[in-house]
Ligand binder design. Structure first.
Ligand code: PEP
Ligand code: MN
Length: 360
């Protein structure tokens, strides 16, 4: 027995007898196969000595083949060289455009959520972020509004037209949350909560998997496999800073991981400079650098009254700073031959503010 793994991608139009023929071929060489439905294709993973033999010429040709090892299989770039686009509601991540999700760290109250959501929409975000379930370092900190927070996110979506991305912390919440949210966020502290990953994978819902702040790029890629192995390719990987010896910023934003991930995986890459830096003045330069390094999407903390925020207020941008960041980003996009993802709320105007005054 050998650990050699061979991946074969077949177009979904292939006759099932073709796949069965390949499975029989591998079986006859003492090689096991598992086939996954992913990205509109059938991906066969073969493991064993037969993967080292010449491939038979009388079986239908796979669209792509790749070698794998170490448990990093379905996320490999070679399987889908042109990349995977992920749709979180109306927002598309990974189609070449730059997609920005913005909003408060935590959903706090109706006024805060609505006015921040309006600011996000007005300045060109394509999606709303906001935590209803907050995994906090100490149990004495604000833990989020939980289910009531989800209702507020849904109201904000109703008003702005922006899809909602929010953190899921418990596998038992997945089904109930899936009825409301457009995309799940899996936080840095849960990157290796494998039950949660599997449950999110099974749900078929789009998800953003944040890199554990003490985890390597390889560990992020193999954690992602838990979701992919459930047949769910609607997955975005998020670099949000890792812990290093450097204490001047909250974490160290690992932009080399962004450039590396873009080469190693077909999954889109998001960057969260807000949680990484913890310093609002640094968010704009690092957002620009993230896009230059190849990021497909950004996750930015915005708050209408950061000084009153119940969570991470120190790192949140004021709406006017977010507006400036978005216009700088637009200029950078031109320079690197990209464009800002068109916001569903492009015609969202000041009139909404007149109709629904901010109550904070
Ligand atoms: C968040 O985005 O709200 C969050 C808690 O981020 P992280 O898991 O990266 O700390
Ligand atoms: Mn936060």
């Amino acid at each position: 027995m050998t650990d050699a793994e061979l991946l074969l991608v077949f177009d979904s139009t292939i006759d099932p007898s073709g796949i069965a023929g390949w499975a029989q071929h591998f079986d006859s060489t003492g090689t096991t196969t598992t086939t996954y439905r992913l990205g509109g294709a059938d991906v066969m993973v073969a493991q064993g000595p037969g993967t080292l033999l010449p491939l038979p010429a009388d079986l239908p040709r796979p669209r792509q083949t790749a070698r794998a090892s170490g448990g990093f299989r379905l996320g490999r770039r070679e399987l889908f060289p042109s990349g995977t686009a992920v749709s979180i509601g109306s927002a598309v991540i990974g189609d070449g455009d730059i997609a920005v999700f913005a909003g408060p760290c935590a959903v706090e109250n109706p006024g805060q959520m609505m006015s921040t959501a309006r600011a996000a929409a007005r300045h060109g975000a394509v999606g709303l972020r906001g935590g209803a379930f907050k995994p906090r370092t100490t149990p004495y900190s604000f833990q989020g509004l939980k289910w009531a927070g989800l209702d507020l996110l849904a109201q904000a979506r109703e008003e702005t037209g922006l899809p909602i991305l929010t953190e899921v912390v418990d596998p038992r919440h997945v089904d109930r949350m899936a009825e409301v949210v457009d995309g799940f966020q899996i936080g840095t502290r849960n990157m290796q909560n494998f039950e949660l990953l599997t449950e999110v994978g099974r749900s078929g819902m789009p998800a953003v998997l944040k890199r554990g702040f003490g985890c390597t790029v390889d560990e992020l890629l193999t954690a992602a496999e838990y979701i992919l192995a459930e047949g769910n390719d609607q997955l975005v990987l998020c670099e949000r800073g890792i812990r290093t010896f450097e204490g001047a910023t909250r974490f160290t934003l690992d932009l080399s991981a962004v450039a590396l991930l873009k080469r190693r995986t077909h999954l889109p890459v998001m960057v969260d400079p807000s949680h990484s830096l913890g310093i609002p003045e640094l968010i704009e330069p690092l957002t620009l650098a993230a896009v230059a390094a190849g990021a497909d999407a950004l996750l930015i903390d915005v708050h209408v009254q950061p000084e009153q925020a119940l969570c991470d207020g120190k790192q949140a941008l004021l709406p006017e700073d977010f507006a400036r960041l978005m216009s700088r980003l637009e200029m950078l996009a031109l320079g690197v031959g990209r464009r800002m993802a068109p916001a569903p709320a492009a015609d969202y105007s000041e009139i909404h503010d007149a109709l629904t005054p901010d109550v904070v």
